[in-house]
Design a protein around this ligand. Sequence first.
Ligand code: MSP
Length: 508
Amino acid sequence: MNTEINEPPISTAVATKSFLTTPIYYASGSPHLGHAYTTFLASCYKRYRQLRGDEVLLATGSDEHGQKIERTAKRNEVATQRFVDKISHEFRQLWSDLDIQVDLFERTTESAHIQSVLNFWYRLTASGDIYPGEYSGLYCVECEQYFTKGKTCLIHKKPLEQFSETCWFFRLSRYQDKLIDHIESHPEFILPVQRRNEVLSFLKGEALRDLSVSRSSTKWGIPVPDDPELVLYVWIDALVAYVSALESATSEFESWWENAVHFIGKDILIFHAVYWPALLLSARLPLPRSLIVNGWLTIEGEKISKSNPKTIISPLDLTDKYSPDGLKYYFLRTVGLGSDVDYNSSHLHQTLNTDLANNLGNLVSRVVSLISKNHGGCLSRPKSGVNFNETLLVTVNEATKETEDAFSNFNFARGAEAFINCASAINGYLQQQQPWKITELDLQARILWVCCLAIRDVSILATPFVPELAQRIRLALGVNGTPRWDELGSEVECFEVQRGVVVFSRLD
Ligand code: MSP
């Protein structure tokens, strides 16, 4: 699996407020592993920013309007609102089952959201960017998008439908140069870099056509002001959810928005990297800081997607078997940001046993057992202090820097690798020092003390990736309080260890 990416380093200026979002997922079918993956990225980054002391809001939600959803509800013989209520609830429940702390859950059928979309629309009209016209073209209902060429949608493998309608247009063409300027002058705007290059070549390749932003083919949407026969294009409705979610939470919109990071999949890149910034410019709102674009999880090479039933894997079933932390760790550790990766259950099984049960879990239980057996379960700081130049502690310190660097590039795989490598280094140190053979207890205690300090630091570095597991490590070591970044490398008075805490159960 590819875990390598080479990105330009991004400034690590400490932000005090971070607004993070996942896409708002279509309420047209139950959540699958692909949705969970993007949400893992956002929630891992949230935990990291919290460790660094930021205030963080994580927003997700459900995208509930549009023809696709109306058709699916009809096929299921359920009233559309009831249908979306049920699916939306499934998403919300899944995030809770996966121990993902969502702060804002935006539903596009709620009245506060609808009001925000209307306000946004008035801003676009005030900028002179909305005008009436006629559209005729090919449409993919699954993408809710027009195409200019082709017979089949390459993503959904379904025939494109011919559509013709009177509609309202948004003057997208007006923003082409501004978008190119913004992307070129903000290397952090689209990551990974190959996605940024893709957007730039799209923008430089051909003149942008204005965007049709209303639909006559469905009534399941927000009526266009003063033209109630039409509804607003579902993507306008959906993108504004980022704004409406934040507006519902704070009156200090701008101070959060300047650190807005949208986590998205590559399938919705153009909507976020071209339409969304153009709409924001027109509405005279600032642009978000970054779009972090993930690749696809696939099954036998095919994108996991609800329109392809043989690719559907329920994240809940996997959670029961592997735990929320197990799943998070596996996907964060093994999928390089931006790469497409084929899901492989035996690799998942093996990775969790090797890294979490054997490496990390055994390390903690070995150290805790020795302290319980030989030191009455309590290790106090050695009188002569500890030399922080000790090779092991230097290694931990380097892993800290590596984790910082990994997060400033959204390189989750490298961040996860850093804390696991640290656990390997501590295991190596134990193997080399063999404290169990040392009869002089002071000397043994000293070695174990260094191990405990290093493991405590691993628990902090691991927190964004495996929060519950990290908490169990702290419990086993008797370390109190929520982990904080500035706790790394700090001294401790004593470690009052607890036996019997299972950090990660070995899978059969
Ligand atoms: N409703 C729109 C998003 C509107 S955001 C303003 C939408 N919804 S979706 O339900 O289709 O979700 C798409 C997103 O789910 C992708 O962009 C990606 O983040 C995630 N994924 C869906 N399938 C995925 C994979 N197979 N692999 C990785 N991510 C996947 O588009």
